[in-house]
Design a protein around this ligand. Structure first.
Ligand code: HEC
Length: 446
């Protein structure tokens, strides 16, 4: 009797000690991951619907967290980790995914209060010291989305620049980050006839579900009255993404006098109606910089003979977008852009000696997250940038509004685009219009 009890006691102390040293706790193991990779969105006032600052907030989501990180749904980051190198990479390491899984599977324990790391101090307001603040639009975000879609609208505003201006950083600042999913903008030449501060698209987006009108111009954003496409995704506000700062590359971007800004605003209503007011802060170079940052894009051919996605086709391969660099450039930014049927996109450099290097692969594109990938790749003159993409026009694609339609190229969301954006840095003396030849609209500002 005595001996049995003694043996039992020994066994249970041993088991406890072993469990203790291997136990995954919230305070010690999980919270540091949430601070680094999740709280940027999962905190009060930010875009995610729930906060993960404390154990009490995170505990009910343990199983959902495990599922979201295991499937790669969270954090939103869609580059194949085996390919390329990204300065703004926020993906989880395999060991971190396993830590969250273990925690969720072993009772989601809190752990020792002494292990709680210091709270992160999140930046609020301006993160750059803007030299100029441009007033963007105001937008009425309803309490609830109509038809469950992200509110999406584009608006053009004047820069008010009286002279050509070298800008060194851009911060897009919504007043209500809690409802702001993302905002992108582009600088465009002023067109007589443009209506400032007037939202375009929102109602059309909801009313239509498919278009049978083939052969739109390869535009991104509403075409100008003259038919020239407007650039709308040179810089983006994305929750938790760093501000676009060209000083990191000893560079600046030239914005010609009198340019306009076209913004592309995406809101996620959260139950409380608000009127958001967007401001755009820029810093300005005191003297012309060594190097210039140029926002560029390419496109698959957009005519219906080349670009028509058949009904119910689960894996349609688009003809590639391909350009040739006529200058040495440093490739610093890539942003795949497709619409709801977009499935994957791959950026490959083909060097003058024929060597191929894939610099970005997004195997599971998600239209809802217009993510940009910051990198740095030295690209010699004569190199081609070749971009491939596939589209899923089947019922398996949960975003597909109608799998029974042929889908043509166009800027509306029920049409499709195959439109890789990228950013390069070149010597200041290089003319933007001389950087590349090949398929792709003329760079804005050129
Ligand atoms: C860039 C912003 C952002 C980051 C970073 C982020 N989330 Fe989210 N998360 C969201 C938004 C927005 C939603 C709600 C809409 C959705 O599901 O896409 C969400 C939803 C979720 C959900 C609910 C998923 C579901 O299927 O309902 C979980 C769980 C979650 N996030 C966990 C995480 C974890 C864990 C991390 C970090 C490893 C993380 N998120 C990082 C923005 C973010």
């Amino acid at each position: 009797m005595f001996r049995n009890a003694f043996a039992l006691a020994l066994i249970s102390t041993g088991a406890l000690a072993a469990a203790d040293s291997s136990a995954v706790t919230f305070n010690k193991d999980v919270l540091p991951i949430l601070q680094k990779n999740c709280q940027t969105c999962h905190r009060p006032g930010q875009v995610a619907p729930m906060s993960f600052l404390t154990y009490q907030q995170a505990r009910p989501w343990a199983k959902a967290m495990k599922a979201a990180v295991a499937t790669g749904k969270m954090p939103p980051w869609f580059a194949d980790p085996k390919i390329g190198h990204f300065l703004n990479d926020r993906s989880l390491k395999q060991s971190e995914i396993e830590t969250i899984a273990k925690w969720a599977d072993s009772g989601a324990v809190e752990g020792d209060p002494k292990d709680v790391p210091a709270a992160v101090r999140w930046p609020e307001g301006w993160q750059i010291q803007p030299d100029i603040v441009i007033q963007g639009p105001t937008y009425d975000v309803p309490a609830h989305p109509k038809n469950n879609v992200i509110e999406w609208v584009s608006v053009t505003v004047p820069t008010g620049f009286q002279q050509d201006t070298w800008i060194t950083s851009v911060q897009i600042k919504p007043e209500y980050p809690a409802v702001t999913h993302h905002i992108c903008l582009g600088f465009n030449r002023h067109d007589a006839g443009v209506k400032y501060f007037e939202p375009v698209w929102q109602d059309k987006l909801r009313d239509e579900e498919g278009s049978a009108i083939p052969g739109k111009a390869p535009t991104f954003g509403p075409a100008t009255p003259g038919g020239r496409p407007r650039s709308m995704a040179e810089d983006c506000y994305l929750p938790g993404n760093p501000v676009a700062d060209y000083r990191d590359f000893q560079a600046a971007k030239l914005v010609p006098a009198g340019s306009d800004i076209t913004l592309n605003l995406h809101y996620t209503p959260n139950g409380t109606a608000v009127t958001d007011h967007v401001q755009i802060g820029v810093t300005v170079a005191k003297e012309p910089p060594q190097r210039r940052y140029v926002s560029l894009s390419a496109s698959a051919p957009s005519d219906p003979a080349h670009f028509a996605i058949p009904p119910n086709e689960p894996n349609w391969q688009s003809p590639p977008a391909e350009i040739t660099f006529n200058q040495d450039v440093e490739l610093v930014y890539m942003m795949p852009h497709m619409h709801v049927r977009g499935k994957d996109m791959t950026y490959t450099l083909i060097y003058p000696d024929g060597k191929r290097e894939t610099v970005l692969s997004v195997p599971h594109y998600d239209f809802n997250w217009q993510l940009g990938y910051n990198t740095t790749v030295k690209v010699p003159k004569g190199t081609k940038l070749h971009v491939d993409a596939h589209f899923d026009n089947s019922v398996n694609n949960k975003w597909n509004p109608n799998p029974n339609k042929t889908v043509y190229y166009g800027e509306m969301t029920w049409e499709e685009m195959m439109f890789p954006f990228f950013g390069v840095v070149v010597d200041r003396s290089v003319e933007p219009s001389k950087i590349l030849t090949g398929r792709g609209p003329v760079p804005p500002g050129a």
